[in-house]
Design a protein around this ligand. Structure first.
Ligand code: FAD
Length: 388
């Protein structure tokens, strides 16, 4: 079995200064109160337009983000690619509601899709469908509520933009992933994603849906997608994640008086996640798997199951992925063993990326063991280098 804790391989592309910065960062976000203070101060700074980039840029931003523009991401993309770890450019832009702003975001997304076709280091493109229209329109269509004539126009533009991004991906020959977000937008996103799969997926998977396996209906939906691909004689693309909005979903369900869409316990989510991987590998003649996780047990499970099924490490039906700045021990060690690996590489202006950075800090702080694991490995690698 592969050693997933080999720190020399994990941190090969990081210099000592970068490792020390990461060590400082993780030792801060280990404390939930520090993350709360950070979140509060960032929101306040954003509101009153107080400049905080001098503090954020050399620390959190440098660790979790590739740069402000696609071009600024190239150096890090190249360094990772030299170690067989590819990049997925993830344009970070928090919710915009005005048509002109939505259109500007759409144009940047289109640029990043076209860019993926021009660089061997980028195997996929990705977008958040909520960036393509207003939240109100997505929510109303998902809940089957009637739209006003103006909202109907907005919805038409949403489908058009969605289609154009998928068409551009098809033209580049690189697949595109449709991220998943809040539960109450997802029904519309699933419907449009399936339409796009019908339009662009054939013998290859161009469009990938995202399944958040903390939702208790997603194993059934996976089975639906498998049947759907068989009936339509297409290859389906599926990205599996556990899901990033658990607290929000639970609170919203409780306020709205409907049952929570999320499993009651972490073990249920873990079981569903691994089961989805098993089912997909079992059906890998009709499905392409993208496994987005920092969970070592799930990564090991997938590698073992691929081996049991006689799939090669670099089988093109399976990709594994982590976020930039997290779990390099997984990404670089499994890439070294020949598996297909890509890291989500966010880019964007500091003020737009800030909410993403706060989420990363919160996630690392909340997930028991995650920060400690990162810290232990960073310390171990610094010690190993010093002893050389
Ligand atoms: C490449 C990549 C792409 C991603 N894209 C998306 C995306 O499109 N949409 C999205 O929502 N997220 C996305 N995420 C984030 C992801 O959903 C998780 O939040 C994050 O990866 C942590 O889960 P984990 O599998 O890494 O590890 P773990 O640390 O093992 O799992 C933590 C997760 O388990 C679940 N969980 C925790 N406690 C409980 C509980 N009490 N009951 C039920 N479930 C619980 C939650 O989903 C939590 O995030 C992505 C992550 C990666 C690596």
């Amino acid at each position: 079995m592969i050693d997933l804790n080999n720190t020399e391989i994990a941190f090969k592309i990081k210099n000592n200064k970068e490792l020390k910065n990461a060590k400082f960062l993780f030792s801060m976000i280990k404390y939930p109160f520090m993350v709360r203070i950070l979140g509060f101060m960032s929101n306040w700074a954003l509101k009153i337009k107080f400049p905080i980039s001098w503090a954020v840029k050399p620390t959190l931003y440098k660790h979790f983000v590739g740069g402000e523009t696609i071009e600024e991401c190239f150096p890090v993309m190249k360094k990772m690619a030299a170690e067989n770890v590819k990049s997925i450019l993830d344009f970070s832009m928090e919710a915009v509601e005005k048509e002109e702003e939505i259109d500007a975001v759409y144009r940047e997304l289109l640029k990043s899709v076209i860019n993926s076709g021009e660089h061997a280091e980028i195997p996929f493109s990705v977008f958040k469908p909520t960036a393509l229209t207003t939240h109100n329109v997505l929510k109303k269509t998902s809940l089957n509520e009637p739209l006003t004539p103006e909202e109907q126009i907005s919805y038409g533009k949403f489908v058009h933009r969605f289609d154009m991004l998928c068409a551009a991906a098809a033209k580049t020959g690189k697949p595109i992933m449709v991220d998943a977000e809040d539960y109450w937008f997802q029904q519309t996103i699933d419907i449009v994603t399936e339409e796009m799969m019908l339009k662009y997926n054939g013998k290859t998977a161009v469009v990938y849906a995202t399944l958040q396996m903390y939702r208790h209906d997603r194993l059934d939906y996976l089975q639906h997608l498998i049947n759907f691909s068989k009936q339509n004689n297409i290859i389906a693309g599926v990205k599996f994640v556990r899901g990033a909005y658990m607290e929000k979903e639970r609170a919203r369900a409780s306020e709205g008086g409907y049952p929570s869409p999320i499993y009651p316990a972490k073990e249920d989510t873990d079981r569903a996640f691994n089961e989805a991987l098993r089912i997909s590998v079992e059906n890998c003649d009709g499905i392409r798997v993208f496994c987005g996780t920092h969970n070592e047990k799930s990564v090991s499970y997938l590698m073992q199951y691929m081996k049991d099924k006689g799939l090669s490490n670099n089988c093109s039906a399976v990709y594994m992925s982590q976020l930039y700045g997290m779990s390099d021990n997984l990404s670089f060690n499994i890439a070294k063993a020949g598996y297909n690996v890509a890291k989500y590489l966010p880019y964007g202006k500091i003020k737009n990326v800030l909410p993403y950075l706060i989420r990363r800090a919160e996630e690392n702080s909340a997930i028991a063991g995650q920060t400690t694991r990162e810290l232990t490995m960073l310390k171990q690698e610094l010690k190993r280098r010093k002893a050389k």
